[in-house]
Design a protein around this ligand. Structure first.
Ligand SMILES: N[C@@H](CCC(=O)N[C@@H](CS)C(=O)NCC(=O)O)C(=O)O
Length: 309
């Protein structure tokens, strides 16, 4: 529990994750979120207060979290989380928590029905409906993202659910750089992302704060982090985002010939940029400063003499 408050004096927000039985998805989200916000430690994110999870149903009340949830959390370095399933408390949970986050659309619908009924019989009379959200609105890679129930599948379903519980993509954005293409792509794919902006220095140099970004091998822009994937090079990033998130193959079509054609233009545009960049670089290094010098440069002898390299 946080013992410090946000610097603006606001009350830390409390968060409740909700799925059906509270043994698979919502404890996974709770465990991952506790870890991300350093809950229960002296470093706890001051914006976050109480964190809990529950189920819309009581099927597993009192049970410990599914062993597959626990083993996936452990594999991701989360070893100190323990939870016993419980059903949502009506009306208490709806009064107590600021954010009530449903893992899928059915959970959200059930929660809405509960609030409606509790309002009808006078148990609730506040802004409870506004507290209800679908997971994807916050942590998901897309706004509509749902965390599918992995209960009846193998352990890999739990691994997918964990991946979904991880933070959104971070785009390291250097001003006046090709990062703008990736920002566009993230928006076009409907992906939620944190954008970390870095202004250039007055002389347009890349600031040191950008150059030495952890995980960004050589501090080039654009760069992204997506879970434990760190990437630079805009074409590589664009391909990765399309392969992973363009589920309908809208931007990178499925047909191999068309796909190859799109790729060809992606690589070609990068090469063209590089060539333009080189000519600007050469000119800026050896810019002639008079009409006479320019005419000398433009003769083959001028070029051979290295006036223009
Ligand atoms: N081919 C690369 C080019 C990247 C590039 O040249 N980035 C420049 C900004 S547009 C950069 O990172 N400059 C920072 C530096 O050189 O430290 C791509 O498309 O990602």
């Amino acid at each position: 529990m946080a013992n410090s408050s946000p610097s603006n004096g606001a009350k830390p927000a409390s968060v409740l994750f909700v799925c059906l039985g509270n043994i698979c998805r919502s404890p996974m989200a709770e465990g991952a979120f506790r870890h991300l916000t350093s809950a229960g430690t002296s470093n706890q994110n001051p914006l976050i207060g109480e964190i809990d999870s529950c189920g819309t149903g009581a099927y597993h009340a009192g049970d410990y979290s599914d062993s597959r949830t626990m083993s996936v959390l452990r594999d991701n370095g989360i070893t100190n989380y323990k939870h016993q399933a419980r059903r949502v408390n009506i009306p208490e949970d709806f009064k107590k928590f600021d954010y009530i986050i449903a893992m899928d659309a059915d959970n959200l619908m059930d929660l809405r029905d509960m609030v409606k009924r509790a309002k009808k019989n006078g148990q609730l009379n506040g802004n409870e409906m506004e507290k209800l959200h679908l997971y994807g609105e916050f942590g998901g890679k897309t706004k509509e993202e749902e965390i599918g129930d992995p209960y009846y599948g193998g352990r890999d379903g739990f691994e997918i659910a964990y991946k979904q519980d991880e933070m959104p993509i971070t785009l390291y954005f250097l001003q006046t750089s090709r990062a703008v293409r990736i920002a566009w792509l993230l928006e076009e794919l409907g992906l939620d992302s944190n954008v970390e902006y870095h202004d250039r220095e007055a002389n347009m140099d890349t600031p040191m704060s950008y150059r030495f970004k952890p995980g960004m091998a050589v501090g080039r822009s654009p760069g992204i982090s997506d879970g434990n994937v760190n990437l630079i090079e805009s074409v590589a990033i664009a391909e990765y985002l399309c392969e992973k998130y363009d589920k309908s193959s809208r931007l990178l079509p499925n047909d191999p010939a068309v796909r190859a054609n799109v790729r060809m233009w992606m690589y070609a545009s990068d090469g063209t940029f590089f060539m333009h960049g080189l000519s600007i670089l050469y000119c800026s290094g050896a810019a002639p400063d008079s009409a006479e010098a320019i005419s000398t440069c433009l003769t083959p002898q001028g070029v051979q003499a290295g006036v223009v390299s």
